[in-house]
Design a protein around this ligand. Structure first.
Ligand SMILES: CC(C)(COP(=O)(O)OP(=O)(O)OC[C@H]1O[C@@H](n2cnc3c(N)ncnc32)[C@H](O)[C@@H]1OP(=O)(O)O)[C@@H](O)C(=O)NCCC(=O)NCCS
Length: 162
C-alpha cells in the first residue's frame, strides 16, 4: 500500500538514498539537507510503499528580488522516485498531495524548474510568461509556476524568484 506523508527525522537517510538513486549523484540529496538546515523546508513529503521509502518531494520557501513577501511562494526541488518504482503514479501522488498541502498552508505560488512534459498535467505553466525570471539558468519551457491560492496583483516587471 502506498502512503504519502510528511517526513520525520527518522526519514532523513532514506530521503538521501531516494535522491541519490533517482538522480545518480549527490547534489539533490545534499540540497535537501541544506534547505532543511536553513529552515526552508515548507512541505517535505515521502512516499512509503509497504514500509519502504520510495519517493520524496520538497517544497521550500523562496525570496524575490525585489522583495515581494506578499507572494509567499515556494519552489519544488527536488521531486524523486527511485527508479524501480517510477511510472506507477507515485510522482503524481506526491505532486497532488504537495500542491494540496501548500494550498492548505496558505502559500500563494509554487515555482519549479523541471521537465516541460511532466508538470503541466498538474496545472503548471510558464513562469516567464507571468513576468518571473529565474535566478538560475533554465530553459524557458522548464521554468514554471502554479498559483495555489489567490495572490495579490504582482508586478509585471521581470521579478526574480528562487
Ligand atoms: C520525474 C519523476 C519524479 C516522475 O515520477 P513517477 O513516479 O515516475 O511519475 P508518475 O508515475 O506519476 O508519472 C509518470 C509519467 O511521468 C513521465 N516522466 C517521467 N520522467 C519524465 C521526464 N524526465 N520527462 C518527462 N516526463 C517524464 C512519464 O513519461 C510518465 O508519463 P505518462 O503518464 O504520460 O506515461 C521520476 O521519474 C524521477 O524521479 N525521475 C528522476 C529524477 C527527476 O528527474 N526528478 C524530477 C526533476 S524535474
Amino acid at each position: 500500500m502506498l502512503t504519502i506523508r510528511y517526513e520525520t527525522s527518522g526519514d532523513y537517510e532514506g530521503i538521501r538514498q531516494i535522491n541519490r538513486k533517482a538522480f545518480s549523484r549527490e547534489n539533490e540529496a545534499e540540497l535537501v539537507d541544506r534547505l532543511r538546515n536553513h529552515n526552508a523546508a515548507a512541505v517535505s513529503l515521502v512516499a512509503e510503499m509497504n514500509g519502504e521509502l520510495v519517493g520524496h518531494a520538497l517544497f521550500s520557501t523562496v525570496t524575490f528580488q525585489p522583495e515581494c513577501p506578499a507572494l509567499n511562494a515556494v519552489t519544488l526541488a527536488p521531486l524523486a522516485v527511485i527508479p524501480a518504482y517510477q511510472r506507477q503514479g507515485i510522482g503524481s501522488q506526491l505532486m497532488e498531495t504537495g500542491i494540496k498541502e501548500c494550498r492548505k498552508k496558505g502559500y500563494g505560488m509554487i515555482f519549479l524548474v523541471g521537465h516541460a512534459d511532466y508538470y503541466p498535467r498538474f496545472g503548471f505553466s510558464s513562469a516567464g510568461n507571468k513576468g518571473f525570471k529565474c535566478e538560475y539558468e533554465a530553459l524557458d519551457e522548464a521554468w514554471m509556476v502554479l498559483e495555489v491560492n489567490e495572490v495579490p496583483q504582482y508586478p509585471k516587471k521581470r521579478n526574480r524568484a528562487l
